[in-house]
Design a protein around this ligand. Structure first.
Ligand SMILES: Cc1cc2nc3c(=O)[nH]c(=O)nc-3n(C[C@H](O)[C@H](O)[C@H](O)COP(=O)(O)O)c2cc1C
Length: 359
């Protein structure tokens, strides 16, 4: 039995946020190798998201290390890339607690953190210190806006300026369900305006990180088509598909149906894989996709890659499976690729070709 299996009942007696703080603190002080050991990923897992080269396609999703406190610790678990944040320009407390709820039977979480952030100055200072020595893989920063921002787009521009020299990619989060008005930025006109301002801000900078856009699983067909057109027209480098859902599947317990926030984990799995395939088709596969939602095994990661994702991220399953999960997924994924005789890049979108409509 893994150490985590022994510790989990104790951790789950703590409120979710207290358990999370403990996990981040353990990773910050370098306990990662004790918790999830193993060598470097197999060469078969080498992946790319546009020009970003990854030793493993399995990344840490936004929201785990919101304040950039434990980046090296997160890499030590075997992630090929790490995304910190969401970060807002000014510090803000987020929503009142409790704001994270475990659903162990569904291997899911509901959260309404509301973009609690230490603020970009604190996070940027941490990342500047960190970057004095090379990191094992690319680092991303997830950008949000302050709840009371008069001009939300200006907050994202501020984020771009603060993190341009510190991050390999910046993710524009227009999909968190917990900040009023944030998801409205996914609409065609709003997104066009926002991306125009961001690409203008990036164009004037000496070091240009890649620009990713993270979308919600709750868009309708029209919304997805509008996003595909908009991101292709702007200089966006990848789509992150996607965030938590406001939907509540019928098999959730009643208390959870009444709890506001975004649902993540297993209930999101099939839905996000289907959305990855739709977005890959809508973008004519001209834009890399980072697939996120309910990944808890190598088979889950593989399904998202075959649906069109160049790389994947996860968060919720870490809570249920523990830190050894990352290397387990990598080993399972490598075995699946070997079974099918594919390299990772050959597997990207393999199911799209098989099921593409004629013409
Ligand atoms: C507690 C919590 C906080 C999150 N915070 C953010 C965030 O700040 N920005 C963001 O884009 N996504 C955030 N997410 C969404 C995750 O990055 C991810 O898209 C989602 O949880 C689906 O992946 P999973 O099922 O593997 O958790 C958060 C998720 C959780 C559970």
């Amino acid at each position: 039995m893994s150490l985590y299996r022994t510790l989990r009942p104790l951790l789950f007696r703590l409120p979710p946020e207290a358990a999370h703080r403990l996990a981040v603190s353990a990773l910050r002080v370098g306990a990662g190798p004790l918790l999830g050991t193993g060598g470097p990923p197999e060469s078969r897992l080498a992946a790319a998201v546009g020009p970003l080269r990854l030793a493993s396609p399995i990344g840490l999703a936004a929201g785990f290390d919101k304040h950039g406190e434990a980046v090296r610790g997160c890499f030590s678990l075997g992630f090929g890339f790490v995304e910190v944040g969401g970060v807002t320009p000014r510090p803000q407390p987020g929503n009142p607690k409790p704001r994270v709820f475990r659903l162990p039977d569904q291997a899911a979480l509901i959260n309404r953190m509301g973009l609690n952030s230490a603020g970009q100055d604190v996070v940027a200072a941490r990342l500047a210190k960190l970057r004095r020595d090379p990191l094992p893989g690319p680092l991303g920063v997830n950008l949000g806006f302050n709840k009371d921002a008069p001009d939300p787009a200006a907050d994202y521009v501020a984020g771009v300026r603060a993190f341009a020299g510190l991050a390999d990619f910046l993710t524009v989060n227009v999909s968190s369900p917990n900040t009023p008005g944030l998801r409205d930025l996914q609409r065609r006109d709003a997104l066009t305006g926002l991306l125009g301002r961001l690409t203008a801000a990036l164009a004037g900078l000496p070091e240009r990180p890649l620009l990713f856009v993270k979308i919600a699983p709750d868009l309708d067909g029209e919304g997805e088509a509008a996003i595909a057109e908009t991101v292709l027209a702007a200089s966006v480098d990848a789509l992150v598909v996607g965030n938590t859902t406001i939907d509540r599947p019928a098999d959730l317990p009643d208390w959870a149906k009444g709890e506001a926030g975004g649902l993540s984990g297993r209930p999101l799995k099939a839905r996000s894989t289907a959305q990855i395939a739709r977005m890959a088709r809508l973008t004519g596969r001209r834009l890399p996709i980072v697939g996120v939602g309910g990944i808890e095994s190598g088979a889950d990661a593989y399904a998202k890659i075959r649906a069109g994702a160049s790389a994947v991220q996860l968060y919720t399953a870490l809570i249920y499976e523990g830190p050894g999960l990352v290397r387990r997924i990598a080993a399972e994924l490598a075995a699946l690729l070997a079974r099918d005789g594919l390299t990772l890049s050959q597997a990207v979108g393999a199911d799209l070709a098989a099921t593409a409509p004629p013409g």
